[in-house]
Write a protein of this length. Structure first.
Ligand code: GRG
Length: 296
C-alpha cells in the first residue's frame, strides 16, 4: 500500500503571501528601480517555507497566529535577501531563481546588492515597527534570534566556509558546519521565533530547537539532492549548480542513496523531538515529511 504524500500547508503560505503584499513598502516613496528589484525577488514565487514553519510552530502554542505575521514576513525578507546575494556573480553566479531571471540579471549587480541590503534592513524594521501584538521582551528576543542566525554567527559563516570548501575535499564535520550555518540557522530561528512570540516555556523551546535543527539539516540535504535529480521547471533554478562550482554537498561526499538515508534520519529525529511536546504537533510532523518527500 502506498502512503499518501505529505501535503504542504498552502493555507499558511497564502496567509504569508497576502501579508507580504500588505507589509511591502509603498511604491511611490522610493526610486522605481529598487522597488522593482525588491518586488521582483520577493514576489516571483518561493515556498515561503521559513515563515510557514514560524507560523506552524507559533500555532502549537497560540491559535491566534495572524498577529505574528510581521515576524513571519520579516523572516522571508531575510531569506530572499540571502538568495539575491547568493546568486550574485561573486558568489554562485546563478541566472535563474524561483523560475525567473535572478535579481542581478534583471536589474544589474549594483541594484541587486542594494535590493538585498534593503530587504535585510526592512526585515528588522518590520519587526520593530509592526510586531506590536506581543510583549516587548519577546520581540527583543526575536530580534536577537534573527540577527544571530543571519550574521557571522550563522548564515554568513556558513556561506564563507561553503565558498572556501569549493573544489576541496571536506570532511563530514565541515559539511555539517556549512549546512547547519548556511541553511539551518535561519530555519531554527524561524521555529524558535514562533515559539518565543507565542509564549512557549523554556523546556518546550528546547524541543522546538531540536526539531528545527534536524529539520534544517534535512532541508539542506534535500536541497543538495534536488540540485542533482531535480527538474529545473519544478524547482525554479538550474540543476547541477553545486557540481559546476565543485561544492561540498551530501551527494558529492556520501553519494545520492546515502544522502537520501541521512535526510530520512534527520526527518525522523525531528519528529521524535516533537514527541516531548504536550500539544497537537500534527502540522509540524506533516511539514517534516514534506521536507523529505519534496521535489521543489
Ligand atoms: C545574505 C546574510 C547573507 C549572507 C550572505 C549569500 C549568503 C551569505 C548566504 C546564502 C545562504 C543560502 C542562500 C543558503 C541556501 C539556503 C537554501 C536551501 C535556499 C533555498 O531555499 P528554498 O528551497 O527556496 O526555501 P524558495 O525559493 O522556495 O524560498
Amino acid at each position: 500500500m502506498r502512503l499518501a504524500k505529505a501535503k504542504y500547508p498552502d493555507e499558511k503560505r497564502k496567509l504569508v503571501e497576502d501579508a507580504l503584499h500588505r507589509f511591502f513598502p509603498e511604491k511611490d516613496k522610493y526610486p522605481d528601480v529598487i522597488y522593482g528589484a525588491m518586488n521582483h525577488s520577493l514576489f516571483s514565487g518561493g515556498k515561503r517555507f521559513r515563515p510557514v514553519l514560524n507560523l506552524l510552530v507559533a500555532e502549537v502554542f497560540d491559535s491566534d497566529i495572524d498577529k505574528f505575521l510581521p515576524t513571519a514576513c520579516a523572516i522571508e525578507y531575510i531569506h530572499t535577501y540571502s538568495l539575491i546575494h547568493d546568486d550574485l556573480p561573486a558568489i554562485d553566479n546563478d541566472d535563474l531563481r524561483r523560475g525567473t531571471p535572478t535579481c542581478h540579471v534583471m536589474f544589474g549587480e549594483d541594484i541587486a546588492i542594494l535590493a538585498g541590503d534593503a530587504l535585510f534592513a526592512e526585515s528588522f524594521y518590520l519587526v520593530a515597527s509592526t510586531q506590536n501584538s506581543a510583549d516587548s521582551s519577546r520581540i527583543i528576543r526575536v530580534v536577537n534570534e534573527l540577527a544571530f542566525a543571519a550574521g557571522v554567527r550563522g548564515m554568513v559563516s556558513g556561506q564563507v566556509v561553503d565558498i572556501q570548501s569549493s573544489r576541496k575535499r571536506v570532511d563530514s564535520e565541515t559539511l555539517h558546519f556549512i549546512h547547519s550555518h548556511k541553511t539551518g540557522c535561519l530555519i531554527t530561528a524561524a521555529a524558535r521565533a514562533g515559539a518565543i512570540l507565542a509564549g512557549a516555556s523554556s523546556p518546550d523551546l528546547d524541543k522546538v530547537t531540536e526539531f528545527a535543527t534536524q529539520l534544517g539539516l534535512a532541508f539542506q540535504i534535500t536541497d543538495d539532492i534536488l540540485d542533482v535529480v531535480g527538474e529545473t521547471d519544478v524547482i525554479g533554478k538550474r540543476i547541477g549548480s553545486d557540481e559546476r562550482h565543485k561544492k561540498a554537498t551530501f551527494p558529492s561526499i556520501f553519494g545520492l542513496e546515502e544522502a537520501k538515508k541521512k535526510a530520512k534520519v534527520a526527518v525522523d529525529d525531528a519528529i521524535v523531538a516533537l514527541g516531548g511536546l504536550e500539544a497537537d504537533t500534527k502540522s509540524l510532523i506533516e511539514l517534516a515529511k514534506f521536507v523529505y518527500e519534496r521535489n521543489y
